[in-house]
Design a protein around this ligand. Structure first.
Ligand code: ZN
Length: 660
């Protein structure tokens, strides 16, 4: 546990309490062993003049939706202390009303909702209050002798309270427990199975107490001989994972969730080690590290077996029983699909509709698995009882969020593969698919593809689509990373220099046929087993206006694209039984692509006796066709709008009298 306080950095805001609060909050947020993804909260109490020149006592507390790692002053709504303290004295208050009351006591109605732990922060009579869900403390707490170990470790200056549901119940509980205490005799509060509070009138002291407390817990775990095996001690998997099984698991989860879901396999040493534990059913079947993780991970993972799809279905049934058993008040059941799974001996899987959420679940998982493995060496892992976890999972504030849940973007959770993705139509397709919520494997022969789309939702990979081995390895990488394949945009192509048939050399012909035709057959063939396991799978071929209306000098290109169109028609016939739609676009005169160099453009314009501008809009609608227009239509063909269309050929050419 590093103390990240730096005098030089803190000096910049020495006399600004709120800025100091921002500074030490970020120090906490930077350490994933303290807080993860929006977890934890901090506050500072400031006396401030209002518009009427009266001095008000305010609590600036972390606002919901902000992450401690990146929080700014605007992330701390100010709430009137007197109202918060009055609220603590109420006998009963539901959390919806608590949130409403807190809002009425804010000095800026446009600020975010204050943390649900705001009342608790107000009750602690120190300027700075820091709260984390530190792994080491919670790990110790989640063992059979946890409470006793913590009491011995910290002595009388640490208040240690049993777990209580966060929100008003917890605030009320702490109010009653601390009414008569001498706060000067306390260094902090540990809430069992939940986390740690530290406090002081000085920002640095409050922060450093947190670091000391957590460092002490880490040292205690080490002293007791609990340790995580070093990475080198864990062997790599004996065999490559069955990626078709992975795609089937992902489809099963998507069906249960009733929306397309991604799936990511992890086979790093921690995931492998966890998946090889002998008492997996016992340790994985107890509950999360701290209850608020349940919102992201559900209470427990699915445990796969020789029939992973049946295991996923079994999880969903069991989740239904869990809901029925604990539902007391007309609650809305969440989708019963798992958020993660353990595949014994193979690794772990995460499920979500967005790449971002996959990353969050992955982070939470790692901390949970590590804590479980450590706690097992400290007498055994014991999470909170099922009913406490359920209570948080079905918290009224979480249920309210469900009702407000926005309609997901059109292609959210869909997995696409685009070839020729580094420029022109292919690049535009990647961008359009991303904008609609899909994740994409972007393939290109140009090495720039690896860094072109630097974001979680894209895997950029060098792939020569004329090489079957490279196609296979790209598919393996895609399925391992995102879980399957739903949309193939077969776009890679080349436009040979214009040459009449009698002048055309053999290599130029062979090359065009290989890239513009044969590679598309190889790619489609390799993708079909995965598309069969896809969610509403669709294939879009990017052919050309040259198919219905060829031009002189482009025989090798036109013949290859005509062959590709015929391939698409046969594929539409062969794959309809598996629900896979295959459609073809015929773009024309899309000039913002790599194949249209200025040289080619000028030559073609001259050939027709036109200026370049006239040539660009040489169509019935007198409009330019851009790669983004083609990409928009690709998304439409891959989406629900064309759910009942297969085998179609659609021009994207501004209207052409030879095609019509
Ligand atoms: Zn908390």
């Amino acid at each position: 546990m590093d103390n990240r306080w730096r005098d030089a950095d803190a000096a910049d805001f020495a006399d600004d309490l709120l800025q100091l609060r921002v500074y030490t909050s970020r120090l906490l947020g930077q350490d994933p062993d303290l807080v993860l993804h929006g977890g934890g909260n901090t506050s500072v109490k400031i006396n401030q003049r209002n518009f009427f020149s009266e001095t008000e006592s305010l609590l600036y507390v972390k606002g919901s939706g902000w992450d401690l790692a990146t929080i700014e002053a605007a992330g701390f709504p100010a709430v009137k202390m007197d109202v918060l303290l009055k609220m603590a004295q109420l006998e009963h208050l539901n959390d919806t009303d608590m949130v409403r009351l807190q809002r009425t006591a804010m000095i800026d109605p446009a600020a975010p909702n204050p943390s649900v732990e705001a009342i608790l922060h107000a009750l602690i009579p120190f300027t700075f209050v820091d709260h984390t869900h530190a792994d080491a403390v919670v790990t110790l707490s989640n063992t059979p002798d946890g409470e006793q170990i913590l009491r011995e470790l910290y002595g009388e200056r640490m208040l240690i309270f049993p777990y209580v549901m966060p929100g008003f119940t917890l605030a009320r509980d702490i109010y009653q427990r601390t009414r008569d205490i001498d706060w000067q005799q306390c260094d902090g509060i540990i809430l069992l199975h939940h986390g740690v509070f530290t406090f002081a009138d000085d920002a640095r002291q409050s922060y450093e107490r947190m670091i000391e407390i957590v460092a002490k817990a880490e040292a205690c775990i080490k002293d007791k001989g609990a340790m995580f095996e070093s990475d080198a001690a864990i062997e790599v998997p004996d065999s490559e994972p069955d990626i078709l099984a992975l795609a089937a698991i992902r489809r099963s989860v998507s069906r249960i969730r009733e929306r397309a879901s991604l799936c990511r396999l992890a086979q790093d040493p921690l995931s492998l080690s966890f998946s090889r534990q002998k008492n997996l059913a016992h340790i994985a079947g107890q509950g999360p590290l701290t209850p608020d993780h349940v919102i992201r991970t559900k209470r427990i993972p699915a445990l796969l077996n020789e029939d992973p799809v049946a295991a996923i279905e079994g999880f969903a049934r069991a989740y239904g029983y869990y809901f029925e058993k604990n539902n007391t008040a007309g609650l809305t059941c969440l989708n019963p699909a798992p958020c993660w799974a353990v595949w014994p001996g193979t690794g772990t899987l995460k499920f979500s509709s967005t790449a971002r959420e996959l990353g969050i679940i992955d982070d939470i998982n790692r901390h949970t698995m590590k804590s479980i493995l450590l706690a097992e060496q400290l007498g055994g892992w014991c999470a909170l009882p099922e009913k406490d976890i359920f209570e948080l999972e079905y918290w009224e504030l979480e249920q309210a969020k469900l009702k407000k849940d926005k309609q997901a973007a059109g292609l959210q959770g869909k997995i696409a593969l685009v070839t020729g993705a580094a420029s022109g139509i292919g690049k535009a397709c990647v961008e359009a698919l991303l904008a609609q919520g899909a994740v994409v494997a972007a393939l290109d022969i140009d090495p720039a593809i690896e860094t072109l789309f630097a974001q979680e939702a894209v895997v950029g990979r060098v792939c020569d689509v004329t090489d079957s081995a490279q196609i296979q390895s790209a598919l393996r990488a895609l399925v391992t990373h995102f879980g399957g394949l739903d949309i193939l945009v077969s776009n890679a192509g080349t436009f040979p220099l214009s040459a009449r048939i009698e002048e055309l050399d053999e290599d130029s012909w062979d090359s065009s046929i290989s890239i513009n035709l044969t590679s598309h057959q190889r790619m489609l063939s390799a993708c079909i087993p995965f598309l069969k396991l896809g969610v509403d799978p669709a294939v879009v071929f990017i052919a050309s206006k040259n198919v219905p209306a060829p031009g002189p000098g482009a025989s090798s290109y036109s013949v290859a694209k005509a062959g590709m169109t015929q391939l698409a028609r046969v594929a539409a016939l062969e794959l309809a039984g598996d629900g896979i739609r295959v459609n073809t676009l015929h773009p024309d005169a899309v000039f913002d692509t790599a194949i249209w160099t200025d040289e080619v453009l000028e030559k073609r314009a001259r050939h027709y006796g036109l200026s370049v501008q006239e040539y660009k809009t040489k169509n019935l609608l007198k409009t330019e066709v851009r790669s983004g227009d083609v990409a928009g239509l690709v998304c439409a063909l891959a989406g629900s709008l064309f759910a009942r269309t297969t085998g179609a050929q659609i021009p994207v050419d501004g209207g052409n009298d030879r095609v019509i």
